[in-house]
Write a protein that binds this ligand. Structure first.
Ligand SMILES: [Zn+2]
Length: 76
């Protein structure tokens, strides 16, 4: 489910800056626990690639897709 209130901006991909996990909000599951992510750790953008680049720029631990909503990009 996309979210439009800050720190979200209605885009599809959500990077958790703490974990490097990239969620696809169009396929969000309860296990994603999006609402538990602290606002400072959220980067919301329009493409997986943008999220990945941002993750590398911010030196996130292990940029990769969420196991639950972005499995094709999940590498552990
Ligand atoms: Zn997810």
């Amino acid at each position: 489910m996309r979210r439009y209130q800050s720190p979200f901006n209605g885009n599809r991909y959500l990077l958790n800056l703490n974990t490097g996990e990239i969620h696809d909000l169009d396929f969000e599951t309860p296990q994603c626990n999006i609402d538990a992510i602290s606002p400072e750790s959220i980067y919301n953008c329009e493409s997986y690639t943008t999220a990945e680049i941002w993750a590398y720029m911010r030196q996130c631990p292990n940029p990769n897709g969420c196991h639950y909503c972005n499995r094709s990009k999940d590498n552990g």
